[in-house]
Design a protein around this ligand. Sequence first.
Ligand code: ADP
Length: 326
Amino acid sequence: MANIKHIGVLTSGGDAPGMNAAIRAVTRTGTYHGIEVTGIYRGYQGMIEGEFHLNLKKSVSNIIQRGGTILKTARSEEFKTKEGRKKAHHQIQKLEIDALVVIGGDGSLRGALEFSKEYDIPVIGLPGTIDNDMYGTDSTIGYDTALNTVVQAVDKIRDTAGSHNRLFFIEVMGRDAGFIATNSGIAVGAEDILIPETETHIDELIKWLQHERRVNKTSGIIIVAEGDDAGGAYEIARKVEEGFTEYETKVTVLGHIQRGGPPTCNDRVLASRMGYDAVMHLLSGERSKMVGIVNNRFVLTSLEKTGKRAHKIDKQLLEMAKVLSS
Ligand code: ADP
């Protein structure tokens, strides 16, 4: 067993439902093994400024069901500099923190890797982001909740779309990745799904809508990932309207509701298992790795790899979605 006495835990980058469940799991597992656990507020910026939540074990009751993160999160330009990381190290040295658990997206884990290399401190990363775009895991903490939020919202929009013969363009999160769009699109039976990973051709979309119209569809839902190459939902709707006037067109941008809300059962279990594993791996001497779930098994991936590669979307799913909506 590695001789770890004091773990610092932080959340960084975009918040995601389930981060609290992960903080709780890290804290409870550490405490169970006689390790002190301290929370670091506002990600790396709080680390630089020495904003700590001592005795975190007293604050993790009743948080497993809460969205957001009790430790708050932030982005920190200063941490990207050597000088910033030096300040951060100085702060954790004062508390004698000798290991870190970092919960965040790929940027946060890249930061964790830099820091662990410079200061020779064991760090385990947990993938926390609603976007699901991380290498080394099939699912990230927060993704399942975001998907369910989108599905619930779109089901409601579907009711009004059907009542008024409308074509709805619904923009969901995903600047670089179409995971939320693709899987929510399948779950709501969207007429089409537009994502950054594939080229969007407006003329083809119009042809498809004409086909759908011919098969007597009187309304429709098109899911648009915010990072689609043809633009956001407003822009795409405008372009489609110019060439296709048979439906009344409406746009809904779901925005930040996708980040909030109580985590789903899946996210709570995922975050709990990952938080537990993070501490157990630190105790067994692991460092500079991320805990992920691949083919239903919990695995470790080197932070070197998670920073450099992205987890790819299965494009056949888009083909399948088209067949199922035709
Ligand atoms: P996410 O973790 O959700 O991908 P960001 O990409 O904004 O979010 O990263 C979160 C924070 O991680 C950044 O604000 C910065 O403090 C830190 N970070 C990102 N990349 C690096 C890097 N190459 N070196 C050091 N810190 C980094």
